[in-house]
Unconditional design. Structure first.
Lengths: 85, 97, 201
């Protein structure tokens, strides 16, 4: 199970490298969306691994609420680039 | 038996994750990456959660909630991101406010 | 705890992601890109807190630290990092040959200072001066040159923010636009310019 988690860390590193190297803000938003989903699934895996019900609840909450910030940010950035161009 | 099945699901989800995330590093358009990401990432995450569900069936409400929110939110997020990326036809000047 | 060294290995690997993403936040120059990075940092911080057993801290980080803070910051950055330039509405300003090059140059110049340009149209020169005096805009763009070649000379920009005036004085060539600092004690431009516009009409 820890091997699964280490593989997940590897999968998490890909969007981080992408966010580091790409200058386009939309590519970074994509990396952010990917990382947000991956971290919350990792929290769920850790909750099962440590057999901790509370961490699982937090993972599900972050999974279901965390994307809202992403949508707000996407809309504001879109309106911003509309004004700039 | 269930353990093997659960590991199979989790490994399959990991394969989906890598398959969907790997194109992020390339020089493709945002929409291409978004397509791969929203399909493979959501499917991979849901497969992983199903694998977890097979391991601890007694906590099914939590994981079913995770499945539902994954399916709904990632689809909606994919739509919102695609809408925000593509619609750049407006050249208008913002009027105050 | 038979798998204790294995367990600690992934704990350390995840915790190493935290300073990495924090460094990514610090190294950004553009505030919006830094906010996206802040979201990544918040997601990874929530993961670390949840992994170390602080479920409440993780939930707070995700809801307040990531969602609320990013929303508030992006609103604040959007409304503060902007230069509002009052312009004449209609076709009068766009007839000037220097108009579009000036806008492009201004946008590129302000972009280097992470500012964006917002155009606020007004009806005539008098409304422009009133808006500048009432601090509705940071600067106004005037087209009040007289003569035969009025459509070829550079526009005049009056700004009331001293820092913007300094930037324009050093980096804006006079051939593109002539920038000046506007102060409240300069009372004479108002009647002069209104007379000029009447002459034009």
């Amino acid at each position: 199970m820890t091997l699964v988690l280490i593989a997940m860390i590897g999968a998490l590193l890909i969007p981080m490298i992408e966010a580091l190297q790409d200058e386009d803000i939309w590519q970074r938003m994509l990396a952010f969306a990917s990382i947000a989903t991956k971290t919350s699934v990792m929290i769920l895996v850790i909750a099962v691994l440590q057999d901790d019900w509370m961490i699982g609840v937090v993972g599900v909450l972050i999974l279901s609420v965390g994307n809202a910030a992403l949508m707000l940010l996407a809309h504001i950035i879109k309106r911003l680039s509309d004004v700039m161009d | 038996m269930v353990n093997i099945l659960s590991y199979g699901c989790i490994v399959l989800g990991l394969v989906f994750w890598f398959w969907g995330t790997w194109p992020l590093l390339g020089r493709r358009s945002v929409l291409y990456k978004l397509h791969g990401l929203s399909v493979a990432d959501t499917l991979g995450s849901m497969t992983i959660v199903v694998g977890l569900l097979l391991r601890i069936p007694q906590e099914w409400p939590l994981l079913v909630l995770a499945l539902i929110s994954l399916a709904i939110w990632n689809t909606v997020l994919g739509y919102v991101l695609a809408y925000c990326v593509t619609d750049d036809g407006g050249q208008e000047v913002s009027h105050g406010g | 705890m038979a798998d204790s060294p294995m367990m600690s290995s992934y704990v350390y690997a995840i915790m190493l992601l935290l300073p990495l993403s924090a460094a990514m936040v610090i190294l950004q120059r553009n505030p919006y890109q830094a906010l996206v990075m802040r979201g990544i940092l918040g997601a990874i911080a929530a993961l670390v807190y949840a992994m170390l057993g602080g479920a409440d801290v993780a939930l707070t980080e995700a809801l307040v630290g990531t969602m609320l803070a990013i929303t508030l910051y992006v609103v604040a950055v959007r409304s503060s990092l902007v230069m509002r330039l009052g312009v004449l509405e209609g076709e009068g300003a766009k007839k000037n040959l220097q108009w579009q090059p000036m806008l492009d140059y201004l946008r590129a110049l302000l972009k280097r200072y992470q500012l964006r340009l917002e155009l606020v149209p007004y009806a005539d020169d008098q409304a422009l001066y009133q808006a500048l005096a009432a601090k509705e805009v940071h600067g106004i763009c005037l087209m009040d040159r007289t003569g035969q070649t009025a459509e070829e000379v550079a526009p005049r920009i009056l700004v009331r923010v001293r820092r913007l005036a300094d930037i324009f004085a050093t980096e804006l060539p006079g051939a593109i636009a002539e920038a000046k600092l506007y102060r409240d004690d300069q009372l004479d431009p108002l009647p002069l310019s209104s007379a000029l516009t009447e002459e034009h009409l």
